[in-house]
Design a protein around this ligand. Structure first.
Ligand SMILES: Cc1ncc(C[n+]2csc(CCOP(=O)(O)OP(=O)(O)O)c2C)c(N)n1
Ligand code: SF4
Length: 283
């Protein structure tokens, strides 16, 4: 059997040095490994939003849907519920996911629907040239905050843990081997999985030096312990302080998924079939 080519002929418009390249190469390698493990390529679907990060689906030869800004998860949830056999993977920026899409993110986590959300978190709106986002640090100077942002950032991982997500992890675009590991584990996890990727936007918020200096990989952490997960998640609050930035899986738990609660839908279908029969016989 000929090996599937995951690349496309689309011209890549990302800036040279953009962290999105590391995410693209990592996800392609993970998709390849899934197929090698007998997951059918046709049973994988990528859903993206709008933004630099979202363009990733142009560059991957897989089933994919471009949704609208902030609406990756409703589309992904619809696909998953209609086709429970699919591996559904959302890919979008932090503006898309933690700004416009925050409500959908909270509800996807609350439902524990079996979807993986991969966030290209450059902590800035890249495509629209540098406005601040929910994870930009206090004082961030960009198009919409020329005097520096006056807001403290949110910690999206804390929100995810409080909302019920059953897999919460963080990687960076500077550590590809770890990134591949996290993405694969998230995709294989049964339930709602988040991979927050500190993706460096070289043009509007170049954090290479800061991340290289501060990130470290979690070791000896028990991801089944909710309290410990919260503690580790709170070690770095997305402010640009000197705090060390943990990477890895913070929380992981097998709990019933949204789809499992909806198994009774089969009965509903039977019921509507019976109604159809009655109508056919009487009208
Ligand atoms: C509802 C809506 N609001 C605003 C826009 C304009 N818009 C397009 S891309 C974008 C920024 C995307 O930023 P982010 O999601 O952080 O992704 P990045 O470009 O940084 O990868 C915005 C605001 C839009 N398309 N739709
Ligand atoms: S603007 Fe930033 S995120 Fe967008 S392609 Fe350029 S470096 Fe990447």
């Amino acid at each position: 059997m000929q090996e599937k080519n995951w690349g496309t002929n689309a011209i890549n418009t990302w800036c040279p040095g953009c962290g999105n390249f590391a995410i693209l190469n990592s996800i392609k390698s993970v998709l390849k490994s899934l197929v090698a493990d007998n997951i059918l390529a046709e049973n994988i679907v990528l859903v993206s939003g709008i933004g630099c990060g979202a363009k990733i689906v142009d560059y991957i030869n897989a089933n994919s849907v471009y949704s609208i800004h902030g609406r990756v998860l409703p589309v992904a949830e619809g696909i998953k519920l209609a086709n429970p056999q699919m591996k559904v993977i959302g890919l979008a920026g932090d503006g898309d996911t933690y700004g416009e899409g925050m409500e959908h993110l909270v509800f996807a986590a609350k439902r524990n629907i079996d979807i993986t959300m991969i966030v290209h978190n450059n902590r800035v709106y890249g495509l629209t040239t540098g406005q601040y986002t929910p994870t930009s640090p206090l004082g961030y100077k960009g198009r919409s905050t020329p005097q520096g942002s006056k807001e403290t950032p949110i910690n999206p991982l804390e929100i995810m843990l409080a909302s019920g997500a059953s897999f919460i992890s963080r990687g960076t675009s500077t550590t590809m081997e770890l990134l591949k590991k996290l993405m694969r584990e998230a995709i294989m996890h049964k339930g709602f999985a988040l991979v927050d990727i500190l993706q460096v936007c070289v043009t509007f918020f170049n954090m290479y030096e800061y991340y290289n200096k501060n990130v470290y990989e979690l070791a000896g952490h028990d991801p089944a312990d909710y309290g410990k997960a919260m503690q580790r998640i709170r070690e770095w609050n997305y402010s640009n302080t000197d705090a060390k930035i943990p990477l890895g899986v913070f929380y992981k738990k097998e709990i019933p998924t949204f789809e499992e609660y909806y198994l009774h839908l089969g009965k509903e279908t039977e019921r509507s079939q019976k109604i159809h029969k009655i109508l056919e016989n009487t009208i």
